[in-house]
Ligand binder design. Sequence first.
Ligand code: ATP
Length: 318
Amino acid sequence: MNVIEARDLSKTFTVSVRTGRFRRERRETAAVDGVDLSVARGEMVGYIGPNGAGKSTTLKMMTGVLMPSGGSVTVCGLVPVTQRIRLALRIGVVFGQRSQLWWDLPLRESFALLRHIYRVPPADHAARLARCRGMLELDEFLDTPVRQLSLGQRMRGELTAALLHGPEVLFLDEPTIGLDVVSKQAVRAFLTELGARGDTTVMLTTHDLADIERLCRRLVVIDHGHVVHDGTLDALHARFDSRRRVVVDLDEPPATPLTVSGADLDGTDLDGRRLTYRLTTATAGELVIQVARAAAIRDISVLEPEIEDVIARLYKSR
Ligand SMILES: Nc1ncnc2c1ncn2[C@@H]1O[C@H](COP(=O)(O)OP(=O)(O)OP(=O)(O)O)[C@@H](O)[C@H]1O
């Protein structure tokens, strides 16, 4: 059985829009418009899309915060809104902008309270907390009140809080937003380890594509409330014909343009001494051999297709 199952899931908001000096009109916005999604146990799914695409709204319906306007969704076999309390014991949620910690309590006491709320056996709680303390390096601020924590420290605390009851599914909405490099690395390493264990299903929304690249084998892209891609990152590159590029630095600019069969010249730089080719059918080696026949090569580098490029092309193509 799939852990998350959404069929034709939709959410429409009615908003009041000003249409004149004294006039307002009620308009409907389809924030999520017929999403079908099945997520198996242990999968880590990157759920991405441009601003306003419907990501948070989907997650809110999956966690029981919002009632769908149409279609259906189950998480762990439960209907989120009607079985919200039972579901809360089986999921963990981190919404980057909100906190589930007690503002005036030290982190350690927030964790202790959560243990009582979720009725977690002490030994399980201790084992999970020990793992988080080690991997997320919580010790130096465990006794600091939450309101005094930096954003990165708080996010590490939030992740811990979401996991202490051993949830089957973890919903993460922008967990690395605003974090510095060190905190991001700690959070990513932690999630990588969680993914490798394979017993927690993770739905991750983020605008940080490096998160997706490092963490998620499966990528679901949503735009205007519709799923526009569901598959691997490689499948996305194949769909948008992403190609590796080869940058060749020459000793001297060539007298005539250096065309190469099996590659397109993408650009010229450094007064004509740097040529960037986009490989179509040639391999990087074949390209270098062809260029070397015509000019003296000083340096070469091969650039893998950037996830940013392909995602930007996908968003623009809509
Ligand atoms: N409570 C609400 N009332 C009215 N409209 C809403 C509400 N919540 C979201 N929307 C609208 O629904 C659409 C989807 O919003 P949502 O927050 O799900 O997008 P998102 O993909 O999470 O965006 P972002 O990347 O900016 O966080 C947007 O047009 C938004 O303005």
